[in-house]
Ligand binder design. Structure first.
Ligand code: MN
Length: 137
């Protein structure tokens, strides 16, 4: 006689694991939109250069408006004349775990195809300007 064992992750762990996406956006200026599922929206930053895949590379990340969660899978063409007109394709995606969150600093662990490991978003003095970099661990 077999026993059915229902395996279930602890609730807190499930809540802690959220999605992220990086969309390569060929708009007037090429940039990468880095988006974290957080507080029921996609918190978003525009990164003018390719996001870092190894430590010791710091990238400017400019806070932009929140996007709805449904945007996480978006790939395609934003029509001419609309905000952000150009081509969007998913550059990376996966899940992440927030390890520490303060108004001026977020520390998280990314489980993406490209971005894997510990990362930090650190806000400058200036409003809306952050640095994105990979931790050395
Ligand atoms: Mn964009």
């Amino acid at each position: 006689m077999s026993t059915l064992v229902l395996e279930r992750k602890p609730q807190r762990e499930e809540e802690a694991r959220r999605r992220f996406v990086v969309q390569e956006h060929h708009a007037r200026q090429l940039h990468w939109d880095f988006r974290l599922e957080l507080d029921g929206v996609l918190k978003s930053w525009a990164v003018p250069k390719e996001p870092p895949l190894r430590p010791n590379v710091r990238r400017l990340a400019v806070e932009v408006e929140d996007h709805p969660l449904s945007y996480i899978d978006f790939e395609g063409i934003i029509a001419e004349g609309q905000y952000g007109a150009g081509t969007v394709k998913i550059w990376d995606r996966g899940t992440y775990v927030m390890e520490d969150r303060k108004p001026e600093k977020m520390v998280f662990f990314l489980n993406g195809e490209k971005m894997r490991g510990g990362y930090v978003l650190l806000r400058f003095k200036e409003e809306g300007q952050w640095l994105l970099f990979k931790r050395k661990d």
